[in-house]
Design a protein around this ligand. Structure first.
Ligand SMILES: CC(C)(COP(=O)(O)OP(=O)(O)OC[C@H]1O[C@@H](n2cnc3c(N)ncnc32)[C@H](O)[C@@H]1OP(=O)(O)O)[C@@H](O)C(=O)NCCC(=O)NCCS
Length: 163
């Protein structure tokens, strides 16, 4: 997929070591907070994820607001619970940036980038309680496919046809 995307309000670029600080902030916002490692380890993780993305063609992009360059979160494609040919979309934004339509705008750009590669389908997996994420997927054209249960409870699988 293309690793540099633009939308009216957003700029998306492959994450790298310089994104460590705000990614740590994102992890600290998890419930429970994930604060098990520091900035050096995060820099190393992001650098190796970048290398892996260049090799697989799938990766997570930093979502920045074009108006001021603020890092809002990430959005991208991973193999996840699916495959390289039919990857999963994932996204996560810092709490202070929720509710402005940014995730929807970023997800639309990533779906378009997936379509450009000739792929036929993209997947998403979401917990049924995650109303905001389900709404984003609905707005971007994903439809429910099936539900499964894992160690953390029910998981909804949705797909977006690209052709
Ligand atoms: C999911 C997430 C990325 C959404 O980001 P966002 O920028 O706020 O999303 P958008 O503003 O584009 O759209 C959110 C939609 O959900 C709706 N929404 C938000 N909270 C909701 C709730 N509790 N119940 C119902 N709808 C809700 C909003 O009203 C909006 O819909 P609308 O445009 O029809 O009004 C953000 O909440 C997040 O980072 N959550 C934590 C990480 C996560 O859950 N990632 C997805 C894992 S599958």
């Amino acid at each position: 997929m293309r690793f540099a995307l633009e939308t009216p309000r957003l700029s998306l670029r492959l994450r790298d070591h310089a994104d460590a600080e705000w990614n740590l902030e994102l992890l600290a916002e998890h419930d429970p907070p994930n604060v098990s490692f520091g900035v050096e380890e995060m820099r190393e993780r992001l650098a190796s994820q970048r290398v892996a993305a260049m090799s697989s063609g799938l990766g997570l992009l930093t979502v920045r607001r074009r108006a001021d360059g603020a890092a809002l979160g990430y959005c991208g494609l991973i193999v996840g619970r699916s495959t390289v040919d039919e990857p999963e979309i994932v996204y996560e934004l810092l709490r202070r940036h929720h509710g402005h339509g940014y995730a929807t705008e970023a997800a639309r750009a990533v779906v378009s980038a997936a379509a450009e590669t000739g792929r036929e389908r993209v997947w998403a997996t979401v917990r049924p309680w995650n109303a905001a994420s389900l709404r984003v997927l609905d707005k971007v054209g994903f439809v429910r496919h099936h539900a499964d249960v894992d160690g953390d409870g029910e998981l909804v699988y949705l797909k977006r046809e690209l052709s």
